[in-house]
Design a protein around this ligand. Structure first.
Ligand code: SF4
Length: 349
């Protein structure tokens, strides 16, 4: 079966016309998908014969949910999906009072291999296609609709390096933003990168003003070469220059992500180096307490050390926040539900 979202709007309209239906039916089908319909049969204002034809030709999604994990009293839910061909990826829904955010995967596995990351420990699988990225959001809406919630924000911070799957990621951003599908403004979409400088420059030309997040984690090359190995190719100062050029072109403040590893990157020296690197830049620093991963040498700083580091960064004149540890129990660090399922003899339910 062909996943229906693998067709562009024009391709689906052509198919409809070839099957004796008017092109506007495409908008109806997309509208149902955006509202969380999980079968063509449930699309009530689509004629019965057309629903049957759609059912015979297309799948509503190509993703097969194989495990879920719900924590934070139901506010965080994580789903592991099997892709066509057998690889799997995760997506996490986080419910807040003023927003609902989906953390989305762009690759099965990740070629970057950061040593503190659960995803980086697995062999790289493959790039996701644009429709497989969009389907994670459509499925999130299917989960959220019965709760009376709408997906409002998407962050590309799940499995994979989004810029290493550039064309599919940009295509998926355009489709997530399409008002006839999910209608999520690019300003509410965050694309993260470990630092593929040529792709940052390219993204700045796309006229999709997403928020750029840089997975920084260290401000000096010597340490960043270890924590984010792509730094050996694209050193940190060049990376920050590229990010600032993106900020200049789009007017969007860049977010710098910093996973706090006890005794590794949470010292006064680190805060000072970070201050020197980002001073007078359009930047926001997001500190992320490390979510411990098995078989890594790293550990999370305690709460008091996190506060001290935040204060030191603030004293450098930077905007800084500490991200809440939403979903920690849900294996919410990227790759962790995948890891647990892979290790278990039967999938978790
Ligand atoms: S932290 Fe991000 S870039 Fe690094 S291995 Fe994990 S998923 Fe890949």
């Amino acid at each position: 079966m062909t996943p229906i979202l693998s067709l562009s709007a024009a391709e689906l309209e052509r198919w409809l016309e070839e099957h004796g239906a008017q092109a506007y039916r495409r908008r109806q089908v997309w509208d149902w998908l955006a509202r969380g319909a999980d079968t063509f049969a449930s699309m009530r204002d689509v004629p019965t014969a057309l629903r049957a034809a759609l059912e015979g030709e297309f799948a509503v999604t190509s993703l097969k949910p194989i495990a879920t994990s719900v924590v934070d009293r139901g506010l965080t839910s994580k789903t592991l999906y099997e892709l066509e061909g057998g690889h799997s990826v995760e997506a996490v829904v986080m419910r807040y009072t003023d927003r609902t955010t989906l953390c989305i995967s762009s690759q099965a596995g990740c070629p970057i291999g950061c040593p503190f990351c659960a995803t980086g420990k697995f062999p790289f699988g493959r790039n996701l296609k644009a429709h497989e990225i969009v389907e994670q959001a459509v499925d999130a809406q299917r989960i959220l609709s019965p709760e009376g919630r709408r997906l409002s924000h998407v962050v590309f911070m799940g499995m994979g390096e989004p810029m290493a799957n550039y064309l599919a990621v940009v295509d998926s951003v355009r489709r997530l933003a399409d008002p006839e599908l999910l209608g999520i403004s690019p300003r509410r979409i965050v694309v993260s990168t470990s630092g593929l400088i040529p792709r940052i420059a390219q993204l700045g030309e796309e006229k999709v003003p997403v928020t750029l997040a840089i997975s920084l984690h260290a401000a000096r090359d010597e340490l960043r070469d270890v924590l984010v190995p792509i730094n050996r190719k694209y050193p940190v100062r060049d990376l920050v220059d590229a990010a600032q050029e993106y900020a200049r072109k789009t007017g969007r403040r860049v977010s710098y992500e910093w996973v706090l590893l006890a005794g590794v990157n949470d010292t006064q020296q680190d805060a000072k180096e970070l201050g020197a690197l980002l001073k007078r830049r359009l930047a926001h620093v997001n500190l992320i307490p490390f979510n411990p991963v098995d078989d890594t040498p790293y550990s999370a700083p305690d709460r008091a050390s996190i506060r001290v580091f935040r204060d030191m960064v603030e004293a450098e004149g930077l905007n800084v926040t500490v991200r809440d540890t939403r979903g920690r129990e849900a294996d919410a660090a990227c790759g962790q539900l995948h890891e647990r399922v892979m290790r278990a003899t039967t999938p978790v339910a």
